[in-house]
Design a protein around this ligand. Structure first.
Ligand SMILES: NC(=O)c1ccc[n+]([C@@H]2O[C@H](COP(=O)([O-])OP(=O)(O)OC[C@H]3O[C@@H](n4cnc5c(N)ncnc54)[C@H](OP(=O)(O)O)[C@@H]3O)[C@@H](O)[C@H]2O)c1
Length: 275
């Protein structure tokens, strides 16, 4: 069985394939980041989610090279930093990211946050990078519904991916519905809530029922609904644990029960502060 059968892929709205599960690399640095990426790729991960803001693109590129896995098998995402937004700045920032990664192209380039007065021009620059064949897909980050709706006034291309904070405890139904309607793949960041809900007795009960860990239950919940998810860990045993979600299936009733855990619980800033 090839690796592809051991994990799930989604076809984006421009026809390219993206793994549903990836490794997030926020707050990883130096050798820790290189090793985590290499280990994740050896484990079977094929999507790495970095950002200029994380200051580790160089290490991510190094980890990819050290893994020995062909570049074309790996889906690399990076993002334009808030301080680099604007048309010309974004075009320049992209070259800096590519150079740091040591790659010829990235698979997905995202606007990291919808910066007021700058997001429209930033998006236009990202569209140009796509038109020029520098990136295989483009998308948005932290675009809650009002930001997505506003795109109609400045975007020519519908994003392929929208990466937002999303979990059973922040179950953003309206954003998810909008994304499905417009063929935008929703990608959940901070999917594990940095461990803050692992002790929820309802998650513990599901972990017991399926003989899985709380992290695996929460990640499976996303992937089984076609939601991409990018848990971060720099520990080999957790990187492996988080990948162990393709050998079980949650019952529909359990998925629906988890969809009801919503309580507006956020780890990261509310993007609406930027509207
Ligand atoms: N677009 C955006 O604005 C945005 C914002 C935030 C995050 N992101 C992306 O989303 C990724 C994930 O989000 P996140 O890093 O904020 O949080 P997360 O993935 O929800 O949680 C990561 C934390 O949980 C721990 N952890 C991971 N797996 C675990 C497991 N199986 N058991 C127990 N603890 C575990 C990690 O510790 P160890 O590393 O010590 O194992 C780390 O402290 C980021 O890395 C980044 O790529 C994007």
């Amino acid at each position: 069985m090839g690796l592809k059968e051991k994990q799930a892929y989604v076809q984006l709205n421009n026809g390219i394939e993206m793994p549903l599960l990836g490794l997030g690399v926020y707050d990883m640095h130096a050798a820790e980041a290189v090793q985590a990426v290499r280990f994740a790729l050896e484990t079977g991960y094929r999507l790495i989610d970095t950002a200029a803001m994380y200051g580790n693109e160089k290490q991510i590129g190094e980890g990819i090279r050290q893994s020995g896995i062909p570049r074309e098998e790996i889906f690399v995402t990076t993002k334009v930093n808030n301080t680099d937004q604007g048309y010309d700045q974004t075009l320049r920032a992209f070259e800096v990211s590519l150079h740091a990664l040591g790659l010829d192209s990235v698979d997905l380039y995202l606007i990291h946050w919808p910066i007021k007065d700058k997001r429209a021009n930033t998006w236009k620059a990202i569209e140009k990078l796509y038109a020029d064949g520098r990136v295989r897909a483009i998308g948005t980050g932290n675009y809650l519904l009002p930001f997505l709706e506003e795109m109609g006034s400045y975007a020519s291309i519908v994003p392929a991916v929208n990466q937002i904070e999303f979990s059973p405890y922040l179950f953003l139904k309206n954003e998810w519905e909008y994304c499905r309607e417009h063929k935008i793949c929703l990608q959940a960041y901070t999917p594990l809530l940095r461990g803050q809900k692992f002790n929820d007795p309802r998650i513990q009960a599901l972990a017991g029922k399926y003989n899985k860990t709380p992290a695996q239950i929460i990640l499976r919940w996303a992937v089984q609904q076609g939601i991409s998810t990018i848990p971060k860990s720099s520990h080999p045993e957790r990187i492996k644990e988080n990948f162990g979600i393709f050998d079980f299936v949650l019952l529909e009733e359990d998925i629906l029960a988890m969809n009801d855990f919503h309580e507006g619980f956020r780890i990261v800033d509310d993007p609406m502060e930027m509207f």
